[in-house]
Structure formats: C-alpha cells, structure tokens
Design a protein around this ligand. Sequence first.
Ligand SMILES: O=C(O)[C@H](O)[C@@H](O)[C@H](O)[C@H](O)COP(=O)(O)O
Length: 239
Amino acid sequence: MRIEEHGSLDELARAAASEIISVCRSRQTDGGVPCIVLTGGTGGERVLSALASHDELAQVDWARVRFLWGDERWAPAGHEDRNDLLADRTLFAATTVDQALVHRVAASDSGVGLDEAAAAYAEVVDGIGRIDLALNGVGPDGHIASLFPGREELEAVGAAAPAALAIRHSPKPPPERVTLTLAALRRADRVWLIAAGAGKAEAVERVLGAREPLLPAARVSGTRETVLWADGEALSARS
Ligand SMILES: O=C(O)[C@H](O)[C@@H](O)[C@H](O)[C@H](O)COP(=O)(O)O
C-alpha cells in the first residue's frame, strides 16, 4: 500500500484531485472512457470540491468519464443524505458530464424497493468492463462504502458474489443504503482510501498494522495499486 501523507485534508484533496485528472487524461489519451467510483463522506466531498476548482479541470473531457458510487444512502432524489448530491454540487456543477455515464443508485422515491435498487445497481456494475479508480472514505471504525465491520455483507467476495447489496440497520445513519461489495471494489485498477483527522487515527493504525484481516478498509485493494491518502493526524497512531 502506498501512503500519500499530506499536511491537511485540503492539501490531500488537491493532490488526489491532480492524480485523478492524470488518471483520466491518460485513459482518454488511449481512447478509453475512464470509470471512477465516487465515495461519500467528508473526504469524498473535499476531493470532489478540489476537482471542481482545479486549474487543470478542463484537461479532462468529463463528458467521457463514467461515474459510479461506492455506496448511496436510501433517500429520495436530491435529498441532503444522498452521496450523488455531493457530486452534483461540485464536479458536475463545474463541468459537463454525460448523464448516460453517471450511474446513480435508484432513489427511494423512484418506485422501486431497496433490494430491487441494489440488484439493479449490481447489474449496472456487472455491465461495466474496467473500473479505473475506486475512492473510499474510511470510517472511524474502519468501514468503507457501507461495508461495516462484522457484517455479513463483507462475505460477498467471491467471483459469484453480487456487485452491490442492500444494507439495513447501518451503524452510520441513515440506516438503509446500497453498497458496492468487496468483490466489486476489488475489480478496480486503483483503490484509494481517504482518511483525515485524529478521529481516523485508530482505523488507519489498524489498517496499516495489518493485524485485522477482517477490517473492511484492510480488505480492499486494487488490481494495480492501493493508496492510503491521509493527513498527519490520521497517521498519528502509526506504529
Ligand atoms: O455514505 C457514506 O457515509 C460514505 O460513503 C462512507 O463510507 C464515508 O466515506 C465514511 O464513513 C467516511 O466518512 P467521513 O469522511 O465523513 O468520516
């Protein structure tokens, strides 16, 4: 795992945004359509904001970038709880994306149920070939996406595992969500973990300590690289 240590969340977000632009440019130069899995949470939001205000934003044709979400809260379209709203208010407001390439999880007011929304999202993810980058905010308990420690959803790792699952009774509100599984996240070429602030120091230490193979944030890796983007506070308990 590569560690990208930065002095603050803002510095971290700007550096990550620069690297996202570079990943997308490289893929588009090769004639490809990059696919990025976005994350919710403070870290995810700051990276999106840093992208939106980045002076090299225009070097990527964002209308030829495919977007997924690592998880989404089960809420009506446009609700403050939704992770896709973070993108709408930042990156998507600063550039032009092709909504046909923006794969949102169905909203709770769209007429489908939670299980149906999860199954439909799994089908979308199964239909996507290459995932270039999966961003994952790390929770204080070491969760990523809506994959929480000790939960049965963590067992969805094999080749036959679904790409997305419905989550109920999430320990982090709101209680109902749709999440990509480890099986799906592990398909990504690059998996980036984002952790900033003293509140993440224990989780980061547990990930780097590699003593807990069951910790969600310690169980995800990319096929080409796994990077921990962290600030000094989040790395402060590193042994
Ligand atoms: O929907 C969500 O809640 C997020 O996807 C979740 O996985 C988040 O990334 C972590 O909980 C970190 O969130 P913070 O960066 O706000 O601590």
